[in-house]
Design a protein around this ligand. Structure first.
Ligand code: ADE
Length: 223
């Protein structure tokens, strides 16, 4: 999968996408993420990419021209399955959206800043608008990092044990069951006997019951 990201602060994406599982995914060539500084397409020598909003009001708006040129320029190199704008008023991101997007080949993600991007870009280029939650971030970069991470780990071969993503919370609308590791007794706090029993069928049933119980108490809306 190839993901291009247009941003005015590429540094914000470097660390989240440059370590751990996302790093490994890129080293294995299962995922390519390229950030593109919007200032390359600035309207003047001062690197201008934003301007005051019509009608007055505080806050700058990201201009049409740099964004249109960036999107059209990058679209010459590959055909995007989706051109995504990260925005708090987009559809709420969840596991089902991550699953859908993980099946695509080429994505372009646009990170907004300031007051957001000119509405005409949203109407004429953007195919999907995504929010990661009902709160406002300073820009779309951290949200884009969340989306790329959630998608990237689903790509076949990225996780060591591919099945482990299948048992993540939310994959079947259930939260994941509790997990334990050694020692079996820590300060008298014991690992449930069933997990030490070696009876795989009983363990599977216990985990399922725990998932249902956890979901019922913490997130009944998922059931
Ligand atoms: N940009 C600013 N806030 C955001 C949010 N909650 N989700 C996605 N993009 C954003």
């Amino acid at each position: 999968m190839h993901i291009d990201i247009i941003t005015v602060v590429p540094e914000l994406l470097e660390s989240p996408l440059g370590h751990s599982i996302m790093k490994r995914a890129q080293e294995k060539n299962l995922l390519t993420v390229k950030t593109h500084h919007l200032r390359q397409w600035a309207v003047n020598e001062y690197g201008q990419v934003d301007d005051y909003q019509y009608g007055g009001g505080a806050g700058m708006v990201m201009m049409c021209e740099p964004l249109a040129n960036a999107i059209e320029g990058l679209s010459k190199e590959r055909s995007y399955d989706d051109i995504i704008y990260m925005t708090p008023d987009g559809e709420q991101f969840n596991q089902s959206t991550a699953n859908q997007l993980s099946l695509k080949n080429n994505l372009l993600i646009i990170c907004g800043h300031y007051k957001g991007i000119d509405q005409r870009i949203r109407e004429h280029f953007i195919t999907r608008e995504i929010s990661i939650g009902d709160y406002v971030l300073s820009g779309g970069e951290l949200a884009a990092a969340v989306v790329v991470d959630a998608i990237g780990r689903l790509l076949p071969g990225v996780l060591n044990n591919e099945t482990s993503a299948l048992f993540d919370s939310f994959q079947d609308n259930l939260l994941a069951p509790p997990v334990y590791t050694r020692p079996a007794d820590f300060r008298g706090w014991k690992v449930p006997d069933i997990l030490l029993s070696g009876d795989l069928k009983k363990i599977e049933d216990w985990r399922y019951d725990q998932s249902v119980e956890r979901t019922t108490s913490k997130r009944p809306d998922l059931l």
